[in-house]
Design a protein around this ligand. Structure first.
Ligand SMILES: *[C@@H]1O[C@H](CO)[C@@H](O)[C@H](O)[C@H]1NC(C)=O
Ligand SMILES: *[C@@H]1O[C@H](CO)[C@@H](O)[C@H](O)[C@H]1NC(C)=O
Length: 213
Protein backbone atom coordinates (compact mmCIF):
# COMPACT_ATOMS: atom_id res chain seq x y z
CA UNK A 1 0.00 0.00 0.00
CA UNK A 2 1.14 3.53 -0.78
CA UNK A 3 0.19 4.68 2.70
CA UNK A 4 2.76 2.28 4.17
CA UNK A 5 5.57 4.00 2.33
CA UNK A 6 4.70 7.27 4.04
CA UNK A 7 6.87 8.03 7.09
CA UNK A 8 5.05 7.29 10.36
CA UNK A 9 1.80 6.10 8.80
CA UNK A 10 -0.32 7.47 11.60
CA UNK A 11 -4.02 8.03 11.10
CA UNK A 12 -3.12 11.67 10.51
CA UNK A 13 -1.01 10.70 7.53
CA UNK A 14 -3.67 8.40 6.21
CA UNK A 15 -6.07 11.28 6.34
CA UNK A 16 -3.54 13.50 4.59
CA UNK A 17 -3.13 10.81 1.97
CA UNK A 18 -6.90 10.52 1.45
CA UNK A 19 -7.15 14.27 1.30
CA UNK A 20 -4.45 14.32 -1.36
CA UNK A 21 -6.43 11.78 -3.38
CA UNK A 22 -9.53 13.95 -3.03
CA UNK A 23 -7.55 16.98 -4.21
CA UNK A 24 -6.22 14.91 -7.08
CA UNK A 25 -9.71 13.84 -8.08
CA UNK A 26 -11.14 17.31 -7.77
CA UNK A 27 -8.21 18.69 -9.74
CA UNK A 28 -8.96 16.23 -12.52
CA UNK A 29 -12.62 17.14 -12.60
CA UNK A 30 -11.56 20.81 -12.80
CA UNK A 31 -11.48 20.90 -16.64
CA UNK A 32 -15.27 21.20 -16.63
CA UNK A 33 -15.22 24.54 -14.83
CA UNK A 34 -11.96 25.56 -16.52
CA UNK A 35 -13.64 25.05 -19.87
CA UNK A 36 -16.59 27.12 -18.70
CA UNK A 37 -14.43 30.07 -17.74
CA UNK A 38 -12.43 29.80 -20.98
CA UNK A 39 -15.71 29.85 -22.90
CA UNK A 40 -16.83 32.93 -20.97
CA UNK A 41 -13.57 34.71 -21.73
CA UNK A 42 -13.79 33.78 -25.40
CA UNK A 43 -17.41 34.91 -25.55
CA UNK A 44 -16.63 38.31 -24.06
CA UNK A 45 -13.72 38.79 -26.48
CA UNK A 46 -16.01 37.80 -29.33
CA UNK A 47 -18.70 40.12 -28.00
CA UNK A 48 -16.33 43.09 -27.71
CA UNK A 49 -15.15 42.32 -31.22
CA UNK A 50 -18.74 42.28 -32.45
CA UNK A 51 -19.46 45.61 -30.74
CA UNK A 52 -16.36 47.18 -32.27
CA UNK A 53 -17.22 45.78 -35.71
CA UNK A 54 -20.73 47.16 -35.46
CA UNK A 55 -19.40 50.67 -34.73
CA UNK A 56 -16.77 50.37 -37.47
CA UNK A 57 -19.39 49.37 -40.05
CA UNK A 58 -21.85 52.06 -38.95
CA UNK A 59 -19.10 54.69 -39.00
CA UNK A 60 -18.03 53.58 -42.45
CA UNK A 61 -21.14 55.14 -43.97
CA UNK A 62 -20.65 58.51 -42.27
CA UNK A 63 -18.89 61.61 -43.55
CA UNK A 64 -15.75 60.98 -41.44
CA UNK A 65 -15.39 57.21 -40.85
CA UNK A 66 -12.11 57.26 -38.93
CA UNK A 67 -13.03 60.22 -36.70
CA UNK A 68 -16.32 58.45 -36.03
CA UNK A 69 -14.75 55.13 -35.07
CA UNK A 70 -11.97 56.75 -33.04
CA UNK A 71 -14.51 58.83 -31.09
CA UNK A 72 -17.23 56.28 -30.47
CA UNK A 73 -15.44 52.92 -30.18
CA UNK A 74 -14.76 53.69 -26.51
CA UNK A 75 -18.52 53.66 -25.92
CA UNK A 76 -18.88 50.13 -27.32
CA UNK A 77 -20.15 48.78 -23.99
CA UNK A 78 -23.02 51.29 -24.04
CA UNK A 79 -23.75 51.13 -27.76
CA UNK A 80 -23.39 47.35 -28.14
CA UNK A 81 -25.02 46.70 -31.53
CA UNK A 82 -27.81 49.24 -31.20
CA UNK A 83 -27.87 51.94 -33.94
CA UNK A 84 -30.16 54.16 -31.82
CA UNK A 85 -27.76 54.08 -28.89
CA UNK A 86 -24.93 54.91 -31.28
CA UNK A 87 -26.87 57.93 -32.61
CA UNK A 88 -27.75 59.07 -29.08
CA UNK A 89 -24.16 58.68 -27.95
CA UNK A 90 -23.02 60.68 -30.99
CA UNK A 91 -25.52 63.45 -30.21
CA UNK A 92 -24.46 63.60 -26.56
CA UNK A 93 -20.79 63.83 -27.45
CA UNK A 94 -21.48 66.40 -30.15
CA UNK A 95 -23.35 68.55 -27.64
CA UNK A 96 -20.41 68.29 -25.27
CA UNK A 97 -18.03 69.37 -28.04
CA UNK A 98 -20.34 72.25 -28.95
CA UNK A 99 -20.39 73.51 -25.37
CA UNK A 100 -16.64 73.31 -25.10
CA UNK A 101 -16.18 75.21 -28.40
CA UNK A 102 -18.64 77.85 -27.24
CA UNK A 103 -16.75 78.27 -23.97
CA UNK A 104 -13.44 78.55 -25.79
CA UNK A 105 -14.64 81.22 -28.25
CA UNK A 106 -16.45 83.16 -25.51
CA UNK A 107 -13.32 83.22 -23.38
CA UNK A 108 -11.19 84.33 -26.30
CA UNK A 109 -13.69 87.04 -27.24
CA UNK A 110 -13.45 88.57 -23.77
CA UNK A 111 -9.85 89.56 -24.32
CA UNK A 112 -8.91 92.99 -25.69
CA UNK A 113 -7.08 94.22 -28.74
CA UNK A 114 -8.97 92.60 -31.59
CA UNK A 115 -9.51 94.11 -35.00
CA UNK A 116 -13.18 94.93 -35.62
CA UNK A 117 -13.35 91.97 -38.01
CA UNK A 118 -11.96 89.53 -35.45
CA UNK A 119 -14.41 90.79 -32.84
CA UNK A 120 -17.36 90.60 -35.25
CA UNK A 121 -16.51 87.08 -36.44
CA UNK A 122 -16.15 85.83 -32.89
CA UNK A 123 -19.43 87.41 -31.85
CA UNK A 124 -21.23 85.83 -34.83
CA UNK A 125 -19.63 82.50 -34.02
CA UNK A 126 -20.79 82.58 -30.44
CA UNK A 127 -24.34 83.27 -31.66
CA UNK A 128 -24.16 80.53 -34.29
CA UNK A 129 -22.75 77.95 -31.91
CA UNK A 130 -25.48 78.92 -29.44
CA UNK A 131 -28.12 78.13 -32.08
CA UNK A 132 -26.41 74.84 -32.86
CA UNK A 133 -26.48 73.93 -29.17
CA UNK A 134 -30.24 74.63 -29.04
CA UNK A 135 -30.81 72.49 -32.14
CA UNK A 136 -28.70 69.67 -30.72
CA UNK A 137 -30.62 69.78 -27.44
CA UNK A 138 -33.91 69.72 -29.31
CA UNK A 139 -32.75 66.70 -31.31
CA UNK A 140 -31.52 64.86 -28.20
CA UNK A 141 -34.85 65.50 -26.47
CA UNK A 142 -36.86 64.38 -29.51
CA UNK A 143 -34.80 61.18 -29.85
CA UNK A 144 -35.94 60.10 -26.39
CA UNK A 145 -39.61 60.16 -27.44
CA UNK A 146 -39.43 58.64 -30.93
CA UNK A 147 -40.52 55.26 -29.61
CA UNK A 148 -43.72 56.60 -28.10
CA UNK A 149 -44.42 59.05 -30.92
CA UNK A 150 -47.62 58.58 -32.91
CA UNK A 151 -45.83 59.95 -35.98
CA UNK A 152 -42.27 58.59 -36.00
CA UNK A 153 -41.69 59.73 -39.55
CA UNK A 154 -42.53 63.35 -38.77
CA UNK A 155 -40.49 63.30 -35.58
CA UNK A 156 -37.43 61.87 -37.33
CA UNK A 157 -37.81 64.43 -40.13
CA UNK A 158 -37.85 67.19 -37.52
CA UNK A 159 -34.67 65.85 -35.93
CA UNK A 160 -32.95 65.73 -39.33
CA UNK A 161 -34.08 69.30 -40.02
CA UNK A 162 -32.67 70.53 -36.70
CA UNK A 163 -29.39 68.72 -37.30
CA UNK A 164 -29.12 70.23 -40.79
CA UNK A 165 -29.79 73.65 -39.29
CA UNK A 166 -27.07 73.01 -36.71
CA UNK A 167 -24.65 72.29 -39.55
CA UNK A 168 -25.72 75.43 -41.45
CA UNK A 169 -25.16 77.55 -38.34
CA UNK A 170 -21.68 76.14 -37.91
CA UNK A 171 -20.90 76.73 -41.55
CA UNK A 172 -21.75 80.39 -41.04
CA UNK A 173 -19.24 80.44 -38.21
CA UNK A 174 -16.48 78.62 -40.05
CA UNK A 175 -17.03 80.65 -43.25
CA UNK A 176 -16.26 83.72 -41.17
CA UNK A 177 -13.07 82.11 -40.00
CA UNK A 178 -11.88 80.74 -43.27
CA UNK A 179 -12.78 83.82 -45.29
CA UNK A 180 -9.23 85.05 -44.82
CA UNK A 181 -10.03 88.22 -42.90
CA UNK A 182 -9.56 86.87 -39.41
CA UNK A 183 -6.16 87.15 -37.74
CA UNK A 184 -4.22 83.89 -37.85
CA UNK A 185 -3.74 84.06 -34.08
CA UNK A 186 -7.52 83.97 -33.52
CA UNK A 187 -8.08 81.36 -36.20
CA UNK A 188 -5.36 79.05 -34.94
CA UNK A 189 -6.64 79.07 -31.40
CA UNK A 190 -10.13 77.90 -32.16
CA UNK A 191 -10.05 76.14 -35.52
CA UNK A 192 -9.31 72.68 -34.07
CA UNK A 193 -12.18 72.94 -31.64
CA UNK A 194 -14.61 74.12 -34.33
CA UNK A 195 -13.42 71.46 -36.74
CA UNK A 196 -13.97 68.72 -34.18
CA UNK A 197 -17.44 70.02 -33.39
CA UNK A 198 -18.54 70.42 -37.04
CA UNK A 199 -17.27 66.95 -37.95
CA UNK A 200 -19.11 65.38 -35.02
CA UNK A 201 -22.34 67.14 -36.00
CA UNK A 202 -22.00 65.89 -39.54
CA UNK A 203 -21.25 62.35 -38.34
CA UNK A 204 -24.28 62.44 -36.02
CA UNK A 205 -26.56 63.44 -38.88
CA UNK A 206 -25.14 60.63 -41.04
CA UNK A 207 -25.84 58.11 -38.28
CA UNK A 208 -29.38 59.43 -37.82
CA UNK A 209 -29.97 59.30 -41.57
CA UNK A 210 -29.08 55.62 -41.50
CA UNK A 211 -31.63 54.70 -38.85
CA UNK A 212 -34.65 52.69 -39.88
CA UNK A 213 -38.04 53.14 -38.26
C1 LIG B 1 -16.11 50.46 -45.64
O1 LIG B 1 -16.52 50.88 -46.92
C2 LIG B 1 -15.63 50.52 -47.96
C3 LIG B 1 -16.13 51.12 -49.26
O2 LIG B 1 -17.42 51.62 -49.19
C4 LIG B 1 -15.54 49.00 -48.02
O3 LIG B 1 -14.63 48.63 -49.03
C5 LIG B 1 -15.05 48.47 -46.67
O4 LIG B 1 -15.04 47.07 -46.70
C6 LIG B 1 -15.96 48.95 -45.57
N1 LIG B 1 -15.41 48.54 -44.29
C7 LIG B 1 -16.18 48.09 -43.30
C8 LIG B 1 -15.47 47.76 -42.03
O5 LIG B 1 -17.38 47.95 -43.41
C1 LIG C 1 -27.34 60.99 -23.54
O1 LIG C 1 -27.51 61.98 -22.54
C2 LIG C 1 -28.74 61.89 -21.86
C3 LIG C 1 -28.86 63.11 -20.96
O2 LIG C 1 -27.70 63.38 -20.29
C4 LIG C 1 -28.79 60.58 -21.09
O3 LIG C 1 -30.01 60.45 -20.41
C5 LIG C 1 -28.64 59.42 -22.07
O4 LIG C 1 -28.57 58.21 -21.39
C6 LIG C 1 -27.41 59.60 -22.93
N1 LIG C 1 -27.45 58.58 -23.98
C7 LIG C 1 -26.42 57.77 -24.26
C8 LIG C 1 -26.66 56.74 -25.30
O5 LIG C 1 -25.33 57.88 -23.70
Amino acid sequence: MEAHSLPNPSSFHVLTFLFTILLFISHHTQPVSATTSTTTATTSTTTNQAYANFIRTACNTTTYPSVCFKTFSRYAAVVQINPWKLSNTALNITLKAAKSTSKLVSKLAQQNGYTPTDAAVMKDCIDNIGSSIDELKQSIQAMTTVDSSSDKLFQMDSIKTWMSAAITDQTTCTDGFYGGEVSPSVKNRISNSILKFTRLTSISLSLINNLTY
